[in-house]
Design a binder for this molecule. Structure first.
Ligand SMILES: C[S@@+](CC[C@H](N)C(=O)[O-])C[C@H]1O[C@@H](n2cnc3c(N)ncnc32)[C@H](O)[C@@H]1O
Length: 251
C-alpha cells in the first residue's frame, strides 16, 4: 500500500518546514516534498545528482497588441506571481552534480554564462510546442522553450542515441491543466526525456509546481526531492506523485 504521510516537520530541513513523505509498497521513501521557500530549504537538503528546475520566468507581461486577448496564459502567470525571474544562487555546483534549468529567451544571457562558469560542460535544448500561442507582436512566436543541461565530470548526459536529441516536440497536457489549474505545467513527455538524460538517482526540483519533475523521476526509478512555496501547488504535487508511485508496475 502506498501512502503519503503528511508529517509536521523534517528535522534535517529545519523544524519549521512542512514535508510530505511518499513511500512505495516496500516502505522505502521515494519522495520528500517540502512546502516553503526554495532559497531557504534547498541548501539544507544536501548533495543531489541533478537539480531539475522550471523556475519563475522573467516575462514582460504588458503589451501584446492585437494578439493580447490570446495571451490568457500570460495573465495567469502574472496572477500567480511567477513572471519576475529567479535568483541564480539556487544553482550551486557544490550541491549538485548537474542542473537542468528551463528559461525564457530573455534569461539566456545570464543563465548560460552562470552555467559555463560553474560546470564542466553544458548543452542548450528546447521543447518545441505543438500548439504555440498565436502571439508575434514585434517579436518571434513563442513556439519553443529552452532548457539548459549543465554537468560536472561524472554526471554527463545519459541514454541511448535516440534519447539524446537536443529538441523534443510536445503539446500541453490539457487534462492536467484542467485538473490542477497551474498555468505552466510541463508536458510529461518533455520531463520523461529529461529524466532519461540525467545521471544518478537523487533528483531535486526546487520550484516543483504541481510535481511534473517528481512524476517523471519516480517513473524513471529515481528518488525525488521537491520544494514548492504555494500550498495549492504543493498539494497538487503530493497528489500527482502519490498517484505516480501507485501506478508503478511493481507496486
Ligand atoms: C514555472 S512554475 C513550475 C511548474 C512545474 N514545472 C509544473 O509542471 O507544475 C514555478 C513554481 O515555482 C514556485 N515558486 C516560485 N518561487 C518560489 C520559491 N522561492 N520557493 C519555492 N517555490 C517557488 C511557484 O509557486 C510555481 O509553482
Amino acid at each position: 500500500m502506498t501512502a503519503a504521510n503528511l508529517i509536521g516537520v523534517d528535522h534535517a530541513a529545519g523544524d519549521d518546514i512542512g514535508v510530505a513523505i511518499i513511500r512505495n509498497r516496500a516502505g522505502d521513501i521515494v519522495a520528500r516534498l517540502y512546502q516553503g521557500d526554495a532559497y531557504a530549504i534547498r541548501p539544507r537538503l544536501g548533495f543531489m545528482d541533478c537539480d531539475v528546475m522550471d523556475p519563475p520566468y522573467l516575462l514582460k507581461t504588458s503589451g501584446g497588441g492585437r494578439y493580447r486577448k490570446a495571451r490568457k496564459v500570460i495573465d495567469e502567470i502574472e496572477a500567480n506571481g511567477i513572471e519576475k525571474g529567479f535568483d541564480l544562487s539556487i544553482i550551486n555546483p557544490l550541491l549538485s552534480g548537474a542542473v537542468v534549468c528551463f528559461c525564457h529567451n530573455d534569461q539566456l544571457h545570464e543563465l548560460l554564462p552562470a552555467l559555463a562558469g560553474q560546470f564542466h560542460r553544458y548543452a542548450l535544448l528546447d521543447w518545441t510546442k505543438k500548439t504555440p500561442q498565436p502571439v508575434a507582436n514585434k517579436h518571434y512566436r513563442p513556439d519553443r522553450e529552452f532548457f539548459a543541461h549543465a554537468w560536472n565530470k561524472g554526471f554527463h548526459p545519459q541514454g541511448e542515441l535516440a534519447d539524446k536529441g537536443r529538441s523534443i516536440t510536445a503539446g500541453p497536457d490539457r487534462a492536467l491543466k484542467k485538473r490542477f489549474g497551474h498555468p505552466t505545467i510541463k508536458p510529461p513527455a518533455v520531463m520523461a526525456k529529461i529524466m532519461r538524460n540525467v545521471a544518478g538517482e537523487r533528483i531535486c526540483d526546487p520550484f516543483m509546481g504541481t510535481g511534473s519533475t517528481g512524476v517523471a523521476a519516480i517513473e524513471e526509478g529515481k528518488q525525488f526531492f521537491g520544494i514548492e512555496r504555494e500550498p495549492r501547488w504543493f498539494e497538487a504535487a503530493v497528489t500527482r506523485i502519490t498517484e505516480a508511485v501507485k501506478g508503478l508496475r511493481n507496486e
